[in-house]
Design a protein around this ligand. Structure first.
Ligand code: CAA
Length: 383
């Protein structure tokens, strides 16, 4: 573990998450993946543990912990099941966080309490069929009509879309203004005019739902506007800065799990009269895997600590996500190689880690988007 002095509270959060992962998550992770089963009971238990609104103040139903604690928990949970971690991270960093930061008192007491305490589940609706990386080109519109906004459009790739009770939805209140015309809304998923479309059949994180959602003349009370009209794009990018540290922690969790499985296997598997861990070729692989995982973790912790200190951290969050996601892909590929043919089967968990790792290079901003963010900041910083 990197040498950063964790507080007693942070250590306790990490230990609790580790125990929970061992006892509750690991035994069912492979089955849920195979059966595409949303881990409802586990999510309910995480809610009771206070893990669904970790950074939300206690007065709004959360645990009032710092971001590093959340990141420590997420890494441990994702070591057992990246799907469970994805569901938890959407609720914490993509839904509770913008409500906490941009919501007014009324919105916080009406919506945040239920989300942060785990009574309700949230989802974040930014992407569209033709607006992924270029989020500002969204076509979903919100038109003010008396005391309501009327939402029309299609959102895609929505994690938790099928199970969520509540959504943060981004829609354009003035398309001529491009990103400056984007606004954010809090939408009850039971509102007439919200319709769930097809669920994606995915390569990895198969225990999560990823849905298309249609808005057809959906009437949202004007008081559910989050922030002000036109502030939506900034709310989205601010939110994603935090979310990306979470995805980076997810990637570290997956990579750490793959490393541990590889070491255990290498110490048992024999070839040419010795265990394969005795071969230097394999030891070099383990050394590179361990080094990359540790470097990723340090980047993730750095971004989390900067967020906790209220420093600007967009670049560090993008670096953490980029490096940790590529590490997860690299380490899980090596893990399969170390396991040989067995690694290519569902008898061992490394094939699941490999499939789950891939999404960390795609959602909450692809690796290419992270490079754009890092390059822009670096070009600004150095004269
Ligand atoms: N925080 C707050 N505001 C920011 C910001 C940040 N980190 N970065 C930029 N902004 C502001 C800028 O100041 C600018 O505002 P003004 O015009 O008022 O000055 C505005 O946002 C637009 O900024 P840019 O000109 O930089 O915007 P751009 O269009 O050139 O590019 C981008 C921005 C980095 C490419 C951005 O669009 C981006 O991050 N795209 C990727 C979107 C993404 O991550 N999608 C993931 C979907 S969510 C998901 O995966 C859901 C799930 O369920 C898991």
């Amino acid at each position: 573990m990197p040498i950063i002095n964790l507080s007693e509270e942070q250590k306790m959060v990490r230990n609790t998450s580790r125990e929970f992962t061992e006892n509750e998550i690991k035994p069912v992770a492979a089955i849920n993946d195979r059966e595409h089963k949303f881990p409802k009971e586990i999510i309910d238990k995480l809610g009771k543990l206070g893990f669904m609104g970790m950074n939300v103040p206690e007065q709004y139903g959360g645990s009032g912990l710092d971001y590093l604690s959340y990141i420590l928990a997420l890494e441990e949970i994702c070591k057992g099941c990246a799907s469970t971690g994805a569901i938890m991270s959407v609720n914490n960093s993509l839904v509770s966080a913008p409500l906490k930061t941009f919501g007014n008192e009324n919105q916080k007491s009406s919506f945040l309490k239920d989300l942060a305490s785990g009574n309700k589940l949230g989802c974040f609706m930014l992407s569209e069929p033709e607006a992924g990386s270029d989020a500002a080109s969204m076509k979903t519109t919100a038109t003010l009509d008396g005391d309501n906004y009327i939402l029309n459009g299609t959102k895609s790739w929505i994690t938790n879309g099928a199970e969520a009770d509540l959504a943060i939805v981004f829609a354009s209140t003035d398309r001529s203004l491009k990103h400056k015309g984007v606004s954010a809304f809090i939408v009850d998923m039971k509102t007439p005019g919200v319709n769930i479309g097809k669920l994606e059949d995915k390569l990895g994180i198969r225990a999560t739902s990823t849905a298309q959602v249609f808005f057809e003349d959906c009437k949202v009370p004007a008081q559910n506007l989050l922030g002000s009209e036109g502030e939506g794009f900034k709310i989205a990018l601010y939110t994603l800065d935090g979310g990306r540290i979470g995805i980076a922690a997810q990637a570290v969790g997956i990579a750490q799990a793959a490393l541990e499985e590889s070491v255990r296997y290498a110490k048992e598997r024999r070839a040419f009269g010795k265990t394969i861990s005795d071969f230097q070729g394999l030891q070099f692989m383990i050394a590179d895997m361990a080094t990359r995982v540790e470097a990723s973790r340090l980047l993730v912790w750095q971004a989390a600590v900067m967020k906790d200190r209220d420093e600007r951290y967009s670049k560090q969050s993008a670096m953490a996500k980029l490096f940790a996601a590529e590490t997860a892909m690299w380490v899980t590929t090596k893990a399969i190689q170390i396991h040989g043919g067995y690694g290519y089967t569902t008898d061992y968990p490394v094939e699941r880690y490999f499939r789950d790792a891939k999404i960390t290079e795609i959602y909450e901003g692809t690796s290419e988007i992270q490079r754009i963010v890092i390059a822009r900041e670096t070009l600004k910083e150095i004269e």
